[in-house]
Design a protein around this ligand. Structure first.
Ligand SMILES: NC(=O)c1ccc[n+]([C@@H]2O[C@H](COP(=O)([O-])OP(=O)(O)OC[C@H]3O[C@@H](n4cnc5c(N)ncnc54)[C@H](OP(=O)(O)O)[C@@H]3O)[C@@H](O)[C@H]2O)c1
Length: 288
């Protein structure tokens, strides 16, 4: 197996019938300082992480204006421009005023500004996938999504996605335009987004689970992850990712790290195929 084919082993998914990616991607939120604020401790290592991800076949990278803010997008440009064959997904809709502070802001003018600024930072004419980071209850959904539709019509956005939504919100947005992906917190032990995942699976909408590695106590030395991990010569993190990949064909995990060693470990999860029994054992353990 070539290095490029490691991430390919996760299979492919086509967003909106348009953008085909290997299902195991990379989340670039961790290429920043503590509290997702300011520069990372080791910027050079973050550049190496991104380049290594691409070497290993990762071609779907998730970021946002608010990561840093702006720093994650800057590092992506430094490491990967001109993004040959890559799909870079970004987002806006969260204001940052300090470490770990995230404030919804869906003012359509602000969304437009942030799309313009992401185009400039990433040095592209069109953003492949632009996700509304949060629906802001202070503005009509039609105005927030509507502004993204205008930007799509202007050629500045290619496809539109949503983040942290429920099924009703997805359907309401779909009354306005095509939604190719949703991104919600989801992992073995945090499965509140099951109804949304089931709807996304039914419709063929991409489901991007954030915080995919939060295996938590499941990774304990005598836990089910450890036992199945030993059978696969794998780590608990890899099992958590392999479980996600098996859960649905629309699942696009984006594990994040600032370290090449962790990246290599995570991408290798694409090569693990769980049996149905292993999948069920992990699902049951994660539900406890
Ligand atoms: N839409 C949203 O609202 C939203 C919210 C949060 C995140 N996201 C997206 O989802 C992506 C993933 O979420 P996330 O970063 O919160 O969670 P995650 O990928 O589950 O976990 C990342 C954390 O785990 C550590 N880690 C990664 N691989 C590891 C390994 N093999 N062994 C040990 N530790 C490891 C990382 O630290 P090291 O750097 O030390 O490896 C980092 O602290 C983000 O990058 C972002 O793109 C979206």
């Amino acid at each position: 197996m070539t290095e490029q084919s490691v991430a390919q082993a996760s299979g492919t998914f086509t967003l909106g019938g348009d953008l085909t990616v290997n299902r195991l991607g990379f989340g670039a939120m961790r290429l920043t300082g503590k509290g997702v604020w300011g520069p990372p401790t080791d910027r050079d290592e973050c550049v190496r992480v991104l380049r290594r991800a691409v070497e290993l076949g990762v071609n779907f990278i998730d970021t946002a204006d608010s990561y840093g803010p702006y720093i994650s997008e800057d590092i992506i440009r430094e490491a990967l421009y001109p993004y040959d064959g890559l799909v870079i997904a970004t987002k806006a809709g969260l204001l940052r005023t300090g470490p770990d502070v995230w404030i919804d802001l869906g003012n359509p003018s602000y969304l437009r500004q942030e799309v313009e600024m992401s185009l400039r930072r990433l040095a592209v004419e069109t953003i492949d996938l632009f996700q509304l980071h949060r629906i802001d209850k202070n503005f009509p959904l039609a105005d927030q999504v509507g502004e993204l539709v205008k930007l799509k019509d202007e050629g500045k956005i290619r496809q539109i996605g949503l983040s942290e939504v429920n099924v009703d919100q997805l359907k309401a947005a779909q009354q306005i335009t095509q939604i190719v992906s949703v991104q919600n917190m989801y992992n073995l032990s945090a499965r509140g987004a099951e109804p949304l995942l089931d709807e996304a699976t039914k419709q063929g909408v991409g489901f991007i689970p954030w915080f995919p590695l939060a295996a938590g106590p499941l990774a304990a030395a005598d836990g089910p992850l450890q036992r199945i991990a030993a059978d696969h010569h794998a780590t608990p993190s890899q099992l958590a990712l392999a479980w996600l990949l098996k859960r649905s064909p629309v699942m696009l995990p984006i594990p994040g790290t600032s370290k090449v060693a962790h990246l290599e470990e995570n991408v290798a999860a694409a090569e693990i195929t769980l049996t149905d029994d292993e999948f069920e054992t992990l699902a049951a353990a994660g539900a406890q």
